[in-house]
Design a binder for this molecule. Structure first.
Ligand code: KG4
Ligand code: ZN
Length: 335
């Protein structure tokens, strides 16, 4: 079975062809550059960019897979959560294609996609725990079996990636053009700094949920107290200490969650999973407890359509279908 996956929930315009074993036949991602001038994703610009790029992105996904429509057995598209205008562009194209090409359609939960991103390159035994950390989400999800999920912890305010992005912005590190990835810029700067230099707060210590807004305010208050040359000199230490506070909170709460369920493996997913410090510290903690640790390659950490196609293949293979009345669900919850 070959499935076309479509992902347009935020500012990545993506299409991919995958099969029911989750093998990747093609993977096309257009990261929109239209938002850099504004220092964050502008929903209206994102929808318009999806309208411009999605048709060529889908055509290229089929071309790279070396197939035409006759070989495609179904279409999977993200139905939520995400920016409503962006979701509607992907859904509308997927519905139109399903109708025109007479293919079954299935709507996919974006977070289930991130969970499946770990199944593309590895076979992971259930029940497993996924720490999902992205620009919009910070969640600890117990995967009892594929399709059955339980929330063990979530952020009460900012997502981890959002904290990286906001701190990059307040430190004035964001580029004026190109793709905005505050987390990547902070991580590069942090590599030259001392993670113990500044003792930033770790939110909600001892609780299963996360909180990053206090940490962001602490960074803001710290830099406000510094004169400009001193601020410049301390930037690597500020970045490293901030990153360490985020990583500490994520690692401590993930390890604590292991006590609360029968867990056979731990997976890291989402855009922040590209963070080298987080990958290494979590791997060390999990493997020291004799559990396997999985993390997707970088291209599958950030938003992509491979993970959406994989979820689609899983459900289509079990006979799940959605009708052409499938609607966008910007606030869809997973469990
Ligand atoms: O999963 P994703 O592509 O989009 C959402 O669904 O939100 O994640 C994007 C997020 C951004 O907040 C970005 O700053 C963050 O992932 N990110 C990183 C790194 N690379 C991307 N955060 C920390 N360290 C990185 N190396
Ligand atoms: Zn995402």
């Amino acid at each position: 079975m070959l499935v076309l996956g479509v992902e347009t929930s935020c500012d990545e315009t993506a299409a991919a062809v995958v099969d029911e074993q989750f093998a990747v036949h093609s993977n096309i991602i257009w990261s929109q550059e239209d938002h850099a001038l504004y220092g964050g994703v502008v929903p209206e610009l994102a929808s318009r960019a999806h309208i411009r790029y999605l048709v060529p992105v889908v055509a290229k996904a089929l071309e790279d897979a070396g197939v035409d429509w006759r070989a495609i057995d179904g279409i999977a598209t993200t139905r939520g959560p995400g920016l409503v205008g962006s979701l509607i562009v992907g859904l509308s194209l997927a519905k139109g294609l399903a109708l025109a090409q007479k293919k079954p359609l299935v709507g996919v939960h974006h977070l289930e996609g991130h969970i499946f991103s770990n199944l593309v390159e590895d076979r992971v035994e259930t029940p497993f725990l996924t720490l999902l950390v992205s620009g919009g989400h910070t969640e600890l999800i117990l995967v009892e079996e594929l399709g059955t999920y339980k929330m063990l912890g979530r952020t009460r305010d900012d997502a981890a990636g959002e904290a990286f992005d906001k701190v990059a912005k307040l430190l004035d590190l964001l580029p004026k053009e190109g793709v905005i990835m505050g987390g990547r810029i902070i991580a590069e700067l942090a590599a030259q700094g001392d993670p113990q230099a500044i003792d930033f707060p770790r939110g909600l210590a001892g609780e299963p949920d996360f909180s990053f807004s206090g940490l962001k305010t602490a960074v803001l208050n710290y830099v406000r107290g510094l004169a400009s040359p001193e601020r410049e000199r301390q930037l690597p230490d500020i970045a490293a200490s901030f990153q360490e506070a985020v990583v500490d909170a994520l690692v401590v709460k993930t390890v604590a969650a292991l006590e609360r369920a029968n867990i056979k493996a731990v997976c890291l997913a989402g855009g922040v999973a590209a963070n080298q410090r987080l990958r290494q510290r979590l791997r060390d903690e999990i493997e020291s407890r004799d559990l396997p640790f999985y993390c997707p390659s970088h291209a599958l950490c950030t938003d992509n359509a491979v993970m959406i196609g994989a979820v689609g293949a899983f459900y289509l293979n079990r006979g799940v279908r959605d009708g052409l009345d499938l609607d966008a669900a910007p606030r869809l919850s997973l469990c």
